[in-house]
Design a protein around this ligand. Structure first.
Ligand code: A3P
Length: 373
């Protein structure tokens, strides 16, 4: 462990708002916090682990997959693990991904009351008691005794991770169109009872826009990684590029990890990672929550639809307009452009596509945006 002071203020969300949110997000019973100048939003339990996570000692061969939730984390973890393990498909099938590639802050998502319910319901099953203990044990505490090479999944933004992460370890950051990430996260929260969610997507979307949702604000999260995309130890990927051309994405990740692949190996990786095959693979389900009966029957599964642009079925005109304004507003001072985001028609806004130069972006007022949908 390092000995750094955690540099951000962790503020509790105002009681009244927290109460309103907990009516929807029923997995949380105590309230929420917002962290630092960007106001990253977490359950109260984050407080207990913020400093330990920030102070993890990073080793030179650590590999982190960092994402905002529902951006293709699982897909990328499996690719990275296979590349680092000589394409050992057999072990990948037999050992769950969450064991091979642990989730750093998983335990902050499980409220103590939920934990007690889990324990009571599984009193007679020593096997499930073990699963519960593992879920509740902070990965940060286990991290220092894990032998190298270490793999870690996290949804925390870079600023809340150890400051030496990029100098010593390697990070693969995956970004996704925030509209698709929102829809996907909405479904995940419907599936997992440790979360809870508003009944209708529009209410969820309005909280999401205001950054009142786990790990939000998504655009700040992604901008932090985008700002580091030139760092030799960070690879920035879009879900949309994996989706459009998986072989190229596989080659890109292999190159980043300094692995050489034959074309046959690229092919077999793509076959394994192909959505339909991936969906059937039991090692990706969140087996722990399934075993503990903490998933809602009848909801879409964890590996759900795997499409780019599915958000269109969930957004009415007002929400599309809101999304355009919100994305434009937040990207005006960067050259980050989502491959699947059509620039809105903004007469006075000199905002350009990524592959166009120069990347000069003038400030604008949101009222300049004309909804072209
Ligand atoms: P959808 O809910 O839109 O289908 P994460 O792993 O970060 O939780 O991301 C989950 C999202 O990635 C889900 O999106 C899931 O279906 C999608 N996904 C997972 N594996 C995929 C694959 N092999 N191909 C395409 N999409 C995949």
């Amino acid at each position: 462990m390092e000995d750094l002071t955690f540099p951000y203020e962790v503020k509790s969300v105002d009681d009244e708002l927290a109460k309103e949110l907990m009516e929807h997000y029923t997995g949380e019973k105590t309230g929420f916090v917002r962290v630092g100048p960007k106001g990253y939003f977490f359950p109260q339990k984050y407080r207990e682990q913020a400093s330990d996570i920030y102070n993890l000692t990073i080793r030179n061969d650590d590999i982190f997959v960092v994402t905002y939730p529902r951006s293709g984390t699982t897909w990328t973890q499996e690719l990275v693990w296979l590349l680092q393990n000589n394409l050992d498909f057999e072990t990948a099938k037999n050992i769950t991904l969450s064991t091979r590639f642990p989730f750093l802050e998983y335990s902050i998502l499980i409220h103590p009351e939920t934990l007690r319910t889990m324990q009571e319901q599984n009193r007679d099953s020593p096997e499930n008691q073990e699963i519960i203990d593992a879920l509740n044990f902070p990965s940060a505490a286990r991290f220092s005794s894990t032998p190298s090479p270490r793999f870690m999944k996290t949804h925390l933004p870079l600023s809340l991770l150890p400051p030496s992460l990029l100098d010593k370890g390697k990070v693969i950051y995956v970004a996704r169109d925030p509209r698709d990430a929102a829809v996907s996260h909405y479904h995940l929260c419907k599936l997992f009872t440790i979360c809870g969610v508003p009944d209708d997507f529009k209410t969820f979307w309005n909280y999401f826009l205001r950054g009142l949702h786990g790990y939000s604000p998504i655009l700040e999260h992604t901008k932090e990684a985008w700002a580091q995309r030139g760092h030799p130890n960070l690879l920035f990927l879009f879900y949309e590029e994996l989706s459009e051309d998986l072989p190229s994405a596989v080659r890109k990740v292999a190159k980043f990890l300094r692995k050489t692949l034959t074309e046959d190996q690229v092919k077999s990786l793509c076959e394994h990672l192909n959505f339909n095959n991936f969906k059937k693979n039991a090692s990706f389900d969140d087996g722990a929550l399934v075993k503990l009966n903490f998933v809602k029957k009848g909801e879409a599964p964890f590996i759900r639809r795997g499409k780019v642009g599915g958000w269109r079925q969930y957004f009415d005109d007002e929400m599309m307009d809101q999304a355009d304004r919100w994305i434009t507003d937040n990207l005006f001072n960067t050259d980050l452009r989502y491959p699947s985001w059509d620039l809105p028609n903004v007469p006075s806004l000199n905002i350009q596509k990524l592959d166009e130069t120069p990347a000069r972006i003038d400030y604008y007022t949101p009222s300049d945006i004309v909804n072209t949908k």
